[in-house]
Design a protein around this ligand. Structure first.
Ligand code: UD1
Length: 430
């Protein structure tokens, strides 16, 4: 098993190119199941989760053509054609789904187009129970009959889906995406109320419109969809990854560095930039993206509460906690989206952080400095938070179980090393 070894204490300086958003790419790829045409997606990141989704789609019969890459010798900004001409299977098997929770996004498109789907209940990051009841209720409201057996969801709509009013009791990104995709092919009008407003939902909606869907209210919490009999192929470019953007912004801040993030923009991470600025970090627009610098001395602790977009993203909570570990004063970090999303806390404590958890809140009292230690990655964002802590810490940090990182960060060591970080990947035995 591979590890990442970091010699910390080096301020990072330079430029980092931000890739396409994993969480936008995954639903966009699933949308290829809605059409018998070809959906060509560009700016796709090169990540383990994208490969998992490609394997799942291939298994359903989607024809996949690699059409090249925009940058970095074929590594970044991939362009892939997804041909939905022949769906050969409506079953998403356990072996493929268990690797990635977002696999459940094939459910809505399959039942909408094929009238049937059998999808294994998903696995994914170990950050709480993460049920899919809202996905299922939305599809049921549109006329799907759902049964659960042997770890599988079996969804049938022999006469096709019917438009419905779906009011989500709370905001769910995945359920909104599944329902939105299904509604595009339902008969009549579907209204999704209390829909998620994450930029990735807007990206999906714009792509569906390019495929011939009729959607109003994009960007709002009320999406109105007029169903159409079929969708056609389209070309679409995936939006920049706001979580990758925020993560490298914190790498600059936590090391006392100065980094330009290119191919992204402040507007994607407004709530994160607010916290950074309150803490004393300088964030400015540039022609190619944004610049993040910590030019002054110690930062100030700032309280943070995770919320659905446009609030502070839960996927940035662990990274922001690392920044607060060495800020002056205290910071209360409250997680409202997922239970059990403080698995990085005991690992950070091993590096000298002073954090007390009370239920859904973590009180971080800033310490002068962190010190390097061997630590264990537990989920995607917790893993990257340990890398950030290692970059700031004195001495050597070894992050174990780095396969979590490869699900969501493309060429992480290369991007950080390019800014002066002393970071390398080694085999477990080394
Ligand atoms: C997506 C993101 C993930 C991010 C999360 C919240 C992708 C591929 N993943 O995950 O990185 O952390 O949004 O911004 O885009 N819930 C239910 N029942 C459901 C669905 C969700 O109870 O049917 C709960 C979840 O357990 C969680 C909350 O709703 O507590 C929000 O989850 P949701 O927004 O659905 O997250 P995902 O779409 O899984």
């Amino acid at each position: 098993m591979q590890k990442i070894v970091i010699e910390g204490g080096q301020p990072l300086h330079g430029r980092i190119a931000i890739g396409g958003a994993k969480n936008a790419a995954l639903p966009l790829m699933a949308a290829s199941l809605l059409t018998d045409g070809v959906l060509t997606l560009s700016n796709l990141p090169h990540l383990a989760d994208i490969t998992s989704m490609l394997n799942l789609l291939a298994q359903h019969g989607i024809g996949i053509s690699m059409l090249g890459s925009a940058a970095n010798g074929g590594h970044a900004g991939r362009v892939i054609g997804l041909d939905g001409g022949q769906i050969t299977s409506t079953t998403a098997p356990y072996d493929l789904v268990r690797k990635m929770r977002a696999s459940v996004l094939v459910l809505g498109p399959l039942v909408a187009r094929m009238g049937e789907a059998r999808v294994s209940l998903p696995g994914g990051c170990a950050i709480g129970t993460r049920p899919v009841d809202l996905h299922l209720k939305a599809l049921e409201a549109m006329g799907t009959e759902i049964t659960l057996a042997d770890g599988y969801v079996h969804a049938v709509a022999p006469k096709g889906l019917k438009g419905a009013v779906v009011r989500f009791p709370f905001v769910s990104v995945g359920a909104t995406e599944n329902a939105l995709m299904a509604a595009t092919l339902a008969q009549g009008e579907t209204v999704l109320e209390n829909a998620a407003r994450e930029p990735e939902i807007g990206d999906l909606a714009h792509c569906l419109v390019a495929m011939g869907a009729k959607i109003e209210g994009i960007g709002s919490e009320r999406l109105v969809v007029q169903g159409v009999p079929s969708l056609h192929g389209a070309s679409y470019s995936v939006l920049p990854d706001r979580i990758e953007t925020g993560t490298y912004a914190i790498a600059a801040a936590v090391t006392g560095g100065d980094i330009e993030l290119t191919g992204t923009s402040i507007s994607l991470i407004g709530s994160v930039v607010d916290v950074l600025q309150k803490a004393g970090v300088t964030v400015t627009d540039t022609a190619d993206g944004m610049r993040v610098a910590r030019t002054s001395g110690r930062l100030h602790g700032v309280d943070v509460m995770t919320q659905p977009f446009p609030g502070f993203p839960t996927d940035m909570q662990a990274q922001m906690m690392v920044l607060m570990c060495t800020a002056g004063g205290a910071a209360m970090i409250t997680e409202t989206i997922f239970e059990n999303r403080f698995m990085h806390v005991p690992e950070l404590a091993r590096m000298g952080a002073n954090i007390t958890v009370h239920g859904a809140s973590a009180l971080v009292r800033g310490v002068e400095r962190l010190s390097g230690a061997p630590v264990m990655a537990t989920d995607l964002r917790a893993s990257v938070s340990l890398v950030l802590a290692g970059l700031a810490a004195e001495g050597e940090t070894v992050v174990n179980r780095v396969y979590h990182l490869d699900r969501g960060y493309e060429r992480l060591e290369e991007k950080l090393a390019g800014c002066g970080a002393r970071i390398r990947r080694v085999d477990g035995s080394a």
